[in-house]
Write a protein of this length. Structure first.
Length: 604
């Protein structure tokens, strides 16, 4: 340990004597989205007593925080009501937490590899130092208990809070992330975009298509492919498309659920790019007439790697190759990061806590079903539980869970794997997808005999999921007795927090035609995308929209009585569970998504 690292450790250790745990009852801070004014009285009194704001302004700020679902500290930070250095001092004194000067740290010594970069960005919180089973976290708003809880969940380490000045924290986070990105890019960090790495075909010798080794090992092509992959990771993309056409070749990425073109390399590069990607995925580079599936693992740093699921498809003008980006960190984001409403989250956690039953997650491809299931498995992943999964394919490797990749070519389908699981003393089973009656019957049998089963079905809503099982031939009494919870979900683009502006052009009558009620409109602020350097056309990231339905006695009775989809829908609404449209409208009323996104991801 170097002298500067020892100095940092000593500073943090000294702070640790006065740090309060994020879970300490002494802190008496409100949970995020629960801005109760009674908890703000101490801080607002300090603001007024030090003549930083007037009494009327303090009341107005507290009301704005309550209306927007923010903590008082968040409102003060984002609204610029108080100079950030002064606010840091007041927060430190009010909550009895140490105040730390981030200029004294050495960035290279921060344990940032313990926490996913997405969490650091999302919560504007930075891990400072780990000592034993304690992680000291720098944050400007210690009342943001959701951030501290997610850090604890992601690391498995108890967190202690250290208050820092907001502007200093934001600058440090930007520098740390930029430094990590440079590590990711290696020797191509100096280039601004993938276009800088398009090889110049005019100075290269023409290659015979049968010279596969030279095609794959072409140095400029290797660097170009690496640049595309790294750029996609930094953008938070979910998929990369390499697409050959008659006169051109293009590369597109799917970010925030929307495909966008990033570069158009020369058409002559098609065989080289295909060969390089197939070598990385350990596929047969000489086979260009049949589809192939493979996997690439890209190591970003000592403690972080990203997997890509690779699919090749012979098209009219060459092989189209699609890479699905699989980030293991997404499985440890925590249930709070998924975007469930509080009552929906409670239902999911309640179902996961049951020793038996079936939880089904439904929605189209790309709606986040896999992340929802993996998050549930991560919650259940304890040494005393035997957890096994059957997946096609295994997308994210999870330590402590027995994962099986089904292979229909050798007869290893979902049903066969499930039968084997039941002879392996299981507690929790996850089936990638229920596609047929045989798989459904075995899964239901497992749910009825003391096992917790999680799976997916491709339908659009909870009531359609029940109907799909009935259409497969599953008896109604088996569905009613085994099914515990259904989650239908979509992913909507989240509005950029830096540039979103109030939507003032849509009258209230039009909003009500879209489905808004007086209750939803009360105190809400409808926002619209604008666009800035921090986002993509006014959007940054995605948020889940959910319909979470617990199978109540009334719904079970409707199933047993042979109810059709419309009757099941009525039973679900009568039980008080709202549909995807209502869930999207709630997100819109909270200023998280735009009206256009409500219409894009849900049907009225």
């Amino acid at each position: 340990m170097g002298s500067s690292e020892v100095d940092l450790a000593n500073q943090i250790a000294h702070l640790g004597t006065s740090c309060l745990s994020a879970n300490s009852s002494d802190m008496n801070t409100p949970a995020i989205n629960d801005p109760r004014p009674v908890l703000y009285s101490g801080l607002t009194e300090r603001l007024v007593s030090e003549q930083l704001v007037s009494s009327a302004s303090a009341a107005e700020i507290a009301e704005q925080a309550r209306t927007q679902g923010l903590t008082l500290v968040q409102e003060l930070l984002e609204g610029g009501h108080v100079e950030s250095t002064t606010l840091a001092r007041l927060v430190s004194e009010e909550y009895g937490l140490p105040l730390f000067d981030l200029s004294r740290i050495v960035e290279e010594q921060l344990p940032t590899d313990l926490v996913p970069q997405a969490l650091i960005r999302k919560h504007k919180a930075l891990p400072l130092y780990r000592r034993g089973n304690r992680l000291f976290v720098a944050i400007a708003d210690p009342t943001n208990t959701a951030a501290l809880a997610e850090f604890k969940f992601a690391t498995g380490i108890a967190t202690d809070t250290v208050v820092v000045e907001y502007k200093q924290l934001r600058e440090t986070i930007d520098e740390v992330i930029a430094r990590q990105d440079e590590v990711f890019d290696g020797d191509i960090a100096d280039f601004a975009s993938a276009e800088d790495y398009i090889p110049d075909l005019e100075v290269e010798e023409e290659l015979e298509e049968t010279d596969f080794t030279k095609l794959a090992d072409d140095a400029p092509v290797v660097k170009f492919v690496n640049k595309v992959l790294f750029d996609a990771i930094k953008q938070g993309a979910s998929d990369i498309h390499f697409e050959p056409y008659e006169r051109e070749y293009r590369v597109r990425v799917r970010a925030d659920g929307i495909l966008q073109e990033v570069v158009r390399p020369p058409k002559g590069l098609a065989p080289r790019l295909a060969a390089r990607l197939k070598v990385m995925a350990r596929l047969d580079i000489s086979e260009r007439r049949a589809p192939q599936d493979g996997r690439i693992q890209l190591k970003l740093s000592k403690n972080r790697s990203i997997d890509f699921r690779v699919s090749t498809l012979p098209t009219l003008f060459g092989e189209k190759i699609v890479l699905r980006i699989l980030d293991p960190g997404s499985a440890r984001m925590g249930v709070d990061a998924l975007g469930y409403e509080p009552e929906q989250k409670a239902l999911y956690l309640e179902a996961l806590d049951k020793p038996q039953g079936m939880i089904l997650v439904t929605g189209p491809t790309g709606s986040g079903k896999t992340v929802s299931l993996y998050t549930g498995l991560d919650i259940l992943n304890e040494p005393e539980r035997n957890i096994s999964t059957a997946e096609d394919p295994v997308e994210i490797n999870m330590e402590g869970i027995n994962q099986v990749h089904v292979n229909a070519k050798v007869g290893l389908d979902f049903a066969q794997v499930l039968r084997s699981f039941l002879r392996q003393d299981p507690d929790v089973l996850m089936v990638g997808e229920i596609r047929d009656l045989e798989t459904a019957e075995i899964a239901i049998k497992a749910a009825q005999t003391g096992h917790l089963v999680l799976s997916t079905v491709h339908t659009n809503s909870a009531s359609e999921t029940i109907n799909r099982l009935l259409n497969m031939g599953v008896p109604a009494y088996n569905i009613a007795s085994s099914l515990t919870l259904i989650i239908a979900q979509r992913l909507a683009r989240r509005l950029c927090r830096y540039c979103a502006a109030p939507e003032t052009t849509v009258p209230e009558t039009a909003l009500k035609e879209l489905g808004f009620t007086d209750e939803l409109l009360k105190g809400s602020t409808i926002m619209k995308p604008v666009g800035c350097k921090q986002c993509r056309k006014g959007h940054s990231g995605r948020v889940g929209v959910y319909e979470v339905v617990k199978i109540t006695r009334e719904i079970a009775a409707a199933i047993l009585n042979g109810a059709n989809v419309h009757e099941l829908e009525t039973a679900v609404r009568s039980a008080g569970f709202y549909d995807l449209r209502r869930a999207a409208l709630k997100k819109c009323a909270a200023g998280l998504i735009s009206l256009e996104e409500v219409s894009r991801v849900t049907i009225d």
